[in-house]
Design a protein. Structure first.
Length: 326
């Protein structure tokens, strides 16, 4: 049953040594979002200034460089055998996960219908104390525009869009002349030149305060809400990394273009050619963890964290961000 394959992983904050060039596109101007705390994120409309007028609104430039992919301190499929350096060409990337407000503009312009709407079902995190091993259910009425169900709470346009499949995310990206990042590109941006790995059960805290939206307490029934969010948070409520990117760990997992076939060195390599060839894989790598990441279960609150996700399954805790090469 497809629900048995649903990940619901967690956040990620592992990082390895990186080396970067200083090359930037000429005449680059950055209109950076000023988020990074709960006060500012709760006031955010979900739309970057000059969005759809400036092609790089809400994005930052990531310079070319090389880095160590993966981690030796976590799950086996994250291990970087031989500690190989990976090279990445520069690109633009969204500072935040794509918001409901942004996705709404896409739907208004294109009349796009998501897979969850067509299928009339999505995987919803619904823990049942009477059946403690069954945390997920397939339900109708849960879509990008009703992430809490048909009769759920008021829609917050600054939250990351959820209940989107890889297909939905790619349609949005193409509309903007963007694309989804590969796993390599995503992790390179997330690690942001940090020079050390984070061990699997080291929670992302600063002076005992969570610095990401992940699960504090015993999953799946005790949620202490120490990060002030029981569920998903508006984008940008926690400090950015040194590339000025928000929520690269926690909040929602994020789609990539990379097929998931096991450990890194079973399938890693030059990802550029994959965008020009048919991809037959049914599961793809998602990155970054989510608000469901708990230390007692999967502890994926590191930048190296990865998990397979069925490409046609919309879920409570998976969203995306986009990149641009021009």
């Amino acid at each position: 049953m497809r629900l048995k394959n649903i990940l619901w992983m967690s956040c990620s904050l592992l990082i390895a040594g990186c080396h970067f060039s200083n090359a930037k596109p000429e005449n680059v101007q950055f209109n950076e979002l000023k988020l990074g705390n709960i006060q500012n994120c709760k006031k955010y409309s979900g739309l970057p200034e000059n969005w759809l007028k400036d092609k790089h609104a809400g994005m930052v430039w990531i310079p070319s460089g090389s880095f160590n992919l993966g981690s030796d301190l976590a799950y086996p499929d994250e291990i970087n055998f031989g500690k190989k350096q990976r090279s990445v060409q520069g690109f633009w990337i969204d500072q935040t996960e794509v918001t409901i407000a942004q996705f709404q503009k896409f739907v208004e312009a294109t009349h796009y219908i998501t897979d969850a709407e067509k299928q009339n079902e999505a995987a919803v995190f619904s823990p049942d104390i009477k059946n403690p091993q069954q945390w997920w259910q397939l339900k109708s009425g849960y879509t990008w525009k009703s992430p809490y169900g048909r009769n759920g709470q008021h829609l917050n346009l600054a939250e990351p869009v959820r209940y989107v499949t890889k297909n939905d995310a790619e349609h949005y990206a193409v509309w903007l002349n963007h694309q989804l990042p590969s796993e390599l590109e995503w992790e390179y941006a997330a690690k942001a030149n940090t020079q050390h790995d984070v061990a699997m059960h080291d929670e992302p805290k600063n002076a005992d305060h969570p610095v990401a939206n992940y699960w504090q307490g015993e999953f799946p029934f005790q949620n202490l809400n120490q990060d002030q969010f029981k569920d998903v948070a508006p984008v940008g409520c926690f400090p950015a990394n040194s590339f000025k990117l928000y929520d690269m760990i926690g909040n929602v997992w994020e789609w990539t273009t990379s097929p998931y076939t096991g450990a890194h060195d079973q399938h890693m390599g030059d990802y550029q050619h994959l965008r020009h060839q048919p991809i037959q894989a049914q599961t793809f790598v998602i990155k970054g963890g989510s608000f469901l990441c708990a230390n007692n279960y999967c502890a994926r609150f590191r930048t190296s964290s990865r998990h397979p996700q069925e490409l046609d399954l919309a879920t409570s805790h998976v969203g995306f961000r986009t990149i641009s090469k021009n």
